[in-house]
Design a protein around this ligand. Structure first.
Ligand SMILES: Cc1cc2nc3c(=O)[nH]c(=O)nc-3n(C[C@H](O)[C@H](O)[C@H](O)COP(=O)(O)OP(=O)(O)OC[C@H]3O[C@@H](n4cnc5c(N)ncnc54)[C@H](O)[C@@H]3O)c2cc1C
Length: 280
């Protein structure tokens, strides 16, 4: 007999989940479900795919563990629960999550759903790339860890294999003494010009030992060459070094087709302001 369509599966084990996915390869993972609420003619309505795999009953996706070196969380952890963890979470990540809608939505939306949103990169992406986070991806038969940078590639949807689920996120607990997060307009849902930018720096004994600048919106942008120009410099930074750093950024952005001219200008302004805070 042909399988019936329009079904919601509520697996309680990963084995059940992949068995259902195998039977219905078109089934779509459903985490908090926030992204299935669409604004049409100024009214919000739930638009659901034919077959849904609810992730709600998978207790292993709700876990949070911590070691001295990193914090690890299942992808069904809600945004508010991460914010409420407080101190161990790198401040730039907490700030990015706090900028997402209101507390009601953040208590429904999950970190996995934010990272996997297929149409564009949402708030969690830039900080997780900058912090060198790693993601666990599982299918019925395989498990692999990849960097956040590889998963949320330059543009296009996340790098999934067929019937692959994002299951865990591992964030290194390193000290970043200077961290800024900036959201340019609302990235959700249709604003193609939106995005967010992260500027984080590690300062040890008055030396800027590490710097990372990441933009994520329609595309992901990072220029390691310009970061290297300021890394190793004494604080306060010399304005000529910042000038050189900005020239590299300008040249780098000029080569890219996206984002648009206005967004490029806003990115440059923010990076320059952030760097000048470290000058005399
Ligand atoms: C009014 C409103 C305002 C918003 N404002 C912002 C904002 O300012 N910034 C921002 O970043 N976001 C914003 N969002 C988007 C919201 O943060 C994301 O849609 C949300 O984080 C998705 O989480 P979710 O748990 O509801 O995911 P879902 O909606 O359930 O899933 C999102 C997508 O990811 C897939 N998915 C989910 N989990 C997994 C997994 N573990 N493995 C594989 N695929 C998976 C789903 O199939 C789906 O395609 C807003 C949303 C609304 C409705």
């Amino acid at each position: 007999m042909d399988a019936v369509h329009n079904q919601v599966f509520f697996p309680s084990t990963m084995q059940d989940l992949f068995a259902s996915w195998n039977r219905f390869p078109d089934a779509v993972p459903f985490a908090g479900g926030v992204s299935f609420v669409r604004n049409r003619d100024d009214r919000y309505a739930l638009t659901l795919p034919a077959n849904i795999l609810s992730l709600d009953g998978l207790s292993e996706l709700q876990r949070i563990t911590r070691t001295e070196r990193y914090i690890e969380m299942g992808t069904m952890v809600r945004l508010n629960d991460i914010i409420n963890l407080g101190k161990p979470i790198p401040p730039v990540f907490t700030r990015a999550l706090n900028c997402i809608a209101g507390p009601e939505l953040r208590s429904l939306a999950t970190i996995g759903g934010n990272i996997c949103y297929p149409a564009r990169h949402l708030n969690a992406t830039a900080p997780l790339i900058a912090l060198d986070a790693r993601y666990e991806l599982r299918t019925a038969l395989t498990s692999r860890w990849i960097s956040a940078a590889r998963f949320s590639s330059f543009s296009g949807p996340p790098a999934f294999n067929p019937q692959e689920l994002l299951t865990r996120i591992r964030i290194p607990l390193e000290q970043w003494n200077y961290s800024l997060f900036k959201r340019f307009s609302d990235p959700y849902p249709e604003d193609e010009t939106g995005g967010s930018l992260v500027f984080i720096a590690r300062i040890q004994k008055n030396i800027l030992t590490d710097l990372r600048v990441v933009f994520a919106g329609e595309t992901v942008i990072r220029d390691k060459n310009s970061e290297a120009v300021l890394s190793g410099k004494h604080l306060p930074l010399d304005r000529r070094d910042i000038g050189h750093f900005m020239e590299l950024w300008e040249a780098f952005l000029a080569e890219l087709n996206a984002p648009g001219v206005m967004m490029k200008a806003r990115i440059l302004n923010f990076i320059e302001e952030a760097a000048l805070e470290l000058a005399d």
